[in-house]
Design a protein around this ligand. Structure first.
Ligand code: SF4
Length: 352
């Protein structure tokens, strides 16, 4: 049983997770983009399956060296909205606070792959964090702070407690949301001490957990999520629609149901961002819409995420799911979950 994260191509080959004959190409990928596969995720990979959906997410692939049209280093335009280091202020009422630039696992489709990983600054310096907090204090319209990175839950409980206490002291910040893949990648890190460190007096603290395949919800991952939920932290999911990972009805259904069973409300299903070298993992929007439509007919409303695209250039997220409403002859036409159409006359009494 592997005990430490696999961080090199040689280790991946030794553990049978990457083909030796592709070593030279994979080394080139690893020089460019960070590689880490922690034991909890390596154990899920079936080495005999060359299209294993867990391996596709975390084991480097020679196709990452192919950059296609539209792909760029900052696919969702964070830089255009960064007033001070570590803060992205794209929407009026919320900011991202990027505390760290390292993760417990490096996803091959990562939209921040040019900014995270070894060789990049690992975390916000004390001075930069102080300036970021000053910025949040000075902007009374910031209602929500989203801790992201990298993965904020790689920080020690002590560091997290300091940040949460600082945010708790800002009156106008009402909600703190933590985006993380740690409960899946390193479930034991979600210790009772770390969970306690996430308390912020007087604020609502949410955790958005990144999970793309139902197999990621192992017993240990489910227990880690339970520790967060039992502490009163509502859980949301964010998933990325990925070719060969979860772009089929059965897998998406199983994923969304498993999330809800773990008290994680499906929140976003992201269309793959135009991150460099990720075209082999992207789907097209039309098939994404078909999948989302199929999901609506198949599973409970609790299991429905919003299918979104982060518009390149920093214009924010927009829902891109299927449309169920059209107009014909002065009436609305509404599609039901089986695709049948129904007329609806919009009948209202005029307000006096
Ligand atoms: S955990 Fe998030 S930030 Fe880190 S590599 Fe994966 S997608 Fe990127």
């Amino acid at each position: 049983m592997q005990e430490a994260p696999l961080r090199t191509v040689t280790q991946l080959i030794e553990y049978g997770l990457a083909p030796a004959e592709e070593r030279a190409e994979l080394e080139k990928v690893a020089q460019r983009y960070a590689v880490t596969v922690p034991p909890a995720l390596a154990a899920l990979i079936d080495p005999a399956n060359s299209s294993d959906p867990i391996a596709r997410q975390f084991v480097p692939d020679g196709r990452e060296l192919e950059i296609t049209g539209g792909e760029n280093a900052d696919p969702i335009g964070d830089d255009a909205h960064s007033p001070v280091e570590g803060v992205v202020h794209r929407y009026p009422d919320r900011v991202l606070l990027k505390l760290v630039h390292v993760c417990a696992v490096y996803c091959r489709f990562c939209f921040r792959r040019e900014m995270v990983g070894p060789g990049k600054p690992t975390m916000l310096s004390k001075d930069a964090l102080a300036k970021a907090l000053d910025y949040i204090r000075a902007h009374g319209d910031i209602w929500e702070v989203i801790l992201t990175g990298g993965d904020p839950l790689v920080l020690s409980p002590r560091r997290l407690r300091e940040v949460m206490n600082a945010l708790a002291a800002i009156e106008h910040v009402r909600v703190i949301r933590i985006h993380t893949r740690v409960p899946v990648a390193e479930p034991d890190r979600i210790s009772p001490e770390l969970v306690r460190a996430l308390k912020a007096k007087g604020k609502a603290v949410y955790a958005a957990i990144h999970i793309n395949h139902p197999r990621e919800l192992t017993k240990a991952a489910r227990q880690a999520c339970s520790r967060l939920a039992d502490a009163g932290i509502p859980l949301l999911s964010q998933s990325v629609l990925l070719a060969g990972v979860n772009d089929d009805e059965r897998t998406l259904t199983d994923l969304m149901r498993a999330l809800v069973e773990c008290r994680i409300k499906p929140y976003y299903l992201h269309h793959g961002d135009l991150a460099p070298g990720t075209s082999h993992l992207r789907t097209d929007i039309a098939s994404g819409q078909e999948l989302v439509r199929a999901l609506r007919g198949r599973v409970s409303g609790l299991c429905q995420p919003t299918y979104v695209l982060d518009i390149p250039g920093g214009y924010g997220k927009s829902p891109i799911g299927p449309n169920y409403v059209s107009r014909s002859a002065g009436e609305y036409v509404i599609d039901d979950y089986q695709g049948e159409r129904h007329r609806y006359a919009d009948s209202v009494t005029a307000r006096s």
